[in-house]
Write a protein that binds this ligand. Sequence first.
Ligand code: GLU
Length: 430
Amino acid sequence: MAHRAAPDVGVRVTEPTDDMSPFEAASYFFHNAADRVQLRDEVREVLATCYRELAVQIPVRMDDGRMAVFRGYRIQHNGARGPYKGGIRFHESADLDEVRALAALMTWKNALIDVPFGGAKGGVQCEPGLMSESEMERLTRRFTSMISYVIGVNRDIPAPDMGTNAQTMAWMMDEYGRKNGYTPGIVTGKPVELGGSPGREEATGRGVVICAVHAAKKSGKDFSQMSVAIQGFGNVGFWTAHIAAEMGAKVVAISDVGGGTHNPDGIDLGAVRKHLQDGGLSVASFPGGEEISNQALLELECDMLIPAAIQGVINGANADRIRADIIVEAANGPTTPVADNILHQKGKMVVPDILCNSGGVTVSYFEWVQNIQQFRWELSRVNDELTKKMVFATDAVMELAADKNLSLRDAAFNIAVERVAFAAHLRGYI
Ligand code: GLU
């Protein structure tokens, strides 16, 4: 969905509209929480804006000899609770405003799941699908060297996000190491062979499912009896689908940028994998289901809807037509504030992004701890500790929501904002 240009820093929008920018939308949820917890004005001002915003120009020699110039960002939103932490997104929409929004969401996410990090995000505005592996490597190395002044093991630790992966992190670690010496803890989400954590690759998807299972159970429902539709088949959607199926749920629809596939009897994910391995360009052409659009997937008859792609897909134009009773936000910012209000009025349960997609950064924290200790954990320990943290945070959010009659998102923001504000106060910033 098209949105307005980047607003002035810190402008508050009180009446939500669907063309709000991503940062305006993230700020809308923050300001409402700030009102509810009665944040003092000077604290609000600090938390409404980003601490540091680095924008860089990245010239890259392309394979055809041409020099392309990309824009890149590393934005540190708030560091009261620890070193800045958050992924790097390579995507055509990754502009200043989007990266600001994602940085702020990382602050709240890290506080809510209670890892000792502040929030940051990076982005490079590019189209990875149109670039060769060596162009990606040159872009990543140049970007890393340009942001090397603001990152550090105890300062700011990047990780993968949309369009980046373990290989990207390996290049970043290597490039940073050229000047600074071998530093595995400079990034998380690395290949396991280079100090990555077992279980990090699937951690976001695993966390989504742990949270979905627990939230369903607390509201008297059984996840293993549910039908689930998942939008997005990148790292998060892929693992969410596989782990949901492993837990007994019926995955009735999946999709990627090329479209989706629907089968009310459940999709055979092993056969989908084979279809893609055999050269299928999209899950849309999977023969074991009926082709549907990404839009139609959101409106399917099912028990649980999991948007696991990009922001703003559930908005004022379709919120009324969402049929699933539970919406689990695996993506960052998939529901606009307008849609959030509609879903709340209709009595839908929306499990917010800052809670349910925090499994990725949680295992990033475990990876960083392992790097600092130079001690490798077993996969079973990673998954056990992840489960403990996800269940604890989900309980806290659901209990506060029930206690104060709030939506799960509002309860989650209340907890996160209060924690960050208190840490800032203890440090004496505000
Ligand atoms: N990019 C992921 C997120 O949005 C993970 C961030 C991290 O591990 O630092 O939560």
